[in-house]
Design a protein around this ligand. Sequence first.
Ligand code: COS
Length: 386
Amino acid sequence: MAFDAEIRKQLLETVRRFVSEKCVPLEAQIDREDEMPQSIVEEMKTLGLFGLAVPEVYGGLDLDMETECLVALELGQTSPAFRSVAGTNIGIGSQALVLHGDEAQKNRWLPGIASGDFIASFALTEPEAGSDAASVRTKAVREGDVYILSGTKRYITNANKADLFTVMARTDPDQPGAKGVSAFIVPRNLKGVSVGPPERKMGQQGAHICDVNFDQVRVPLDHRIAGEGEGFKVAMSVLDKGRLHISAVCTGMAERLVREMVRYGLERRQFGKPIAQHQLVQALIADSQAEAYAARCMVLETARRRDAGEKVTLLASSTKLFASEMVGRVADRAVQVFGGAGYVADYGIERFYRDARIFRLYEGTSQIQQIIIARELIKAAEKDML
Ligand code: COS
């Protein structure tokens, strides 16, 4: 069911105001200090941003995908670190529970995730299992009514703040691929869970990624999400949604950069007129606008089709591939339009340039999206459904 139009309008206006009044003025500070002020986090909780994608019965806003993407398009208009603070609760950290959890699991954890009292994190990637996600080595060995979980996860977003991890681990050592993997909810406070220090990284300061180590952690049986061996499919279905959400964030950033280019282009004068009046500069801005608009259309159309119940693996990967590559091109053009100022920290454009780079890597690299797109098309052709 589509979200009520009036409530949607109010929500989007509130988020837009929050972004322009609260987030934009803090962008440079957060980039410098690599820390999100707690007051902003609290405000995001009050606005309900941690629970966008959690059903209303568990305290969330229960947005349909189209509305969630519209919110992500607004949040994307500032440093992506802001979105990232709530991003795992909205997306990959909560959705395994929302989509595949049983009633008891949902009742136990979703209200805290929706309010932001529990920070949820998604632990799939490992030192030796990045793009090849089905090769995870973290193992969960059943002993009576617990699983003994051991292994290391890498680059886990929000791990240092997390209270709960969705962990993909191998429950069947005889199944080396996807079929041997199961999904678990692992509370941070279980004995044997430890989190490494945040990595120093190129961009998105204020959003942290860390290693998480599980040393003989005793995970109760009822913390397994879905059946044994179903964890890989759980992870993939979560990523289908996450990739669409990330595409909306990329598109929001591209739209902000287009506005920055126009503003600066009108202000900055060379050869006796604003540089925005020079056709070669206009070309950089125009190409960026056209591509950002194409991405917006892809995001919203895919979201509507998901809301209508369609499986959107092909479309979500197509959108993620396009939107994440597109924002890289737009950020590069923005540096070009700003010239020397684009390379100088004070103007913030170089920050977006750095921030944008991760979009082509996380939640599946561009090359992984290409593989998924090609496979989905081949599968459809084989079923005569192309
Ligand atoms: N939804 C539901 N099930 C899915 C699915 C999806 N989107 N994608 C795959 N599956 C199922 C397949 O149908 C298959 O099940 P069956 O054998 O019963 O048919 C199973 O999962 C294994 O799929 P597949 O054979 O395609 O697995 P591969 O190991 O070949 O790899 C890719 C699949 C490469 C697509 C996957 O590993 C991937 O997405 N890698 C990137 C990981 C990633 O995004 N990491 C980012 C970390 S989170 S920030």
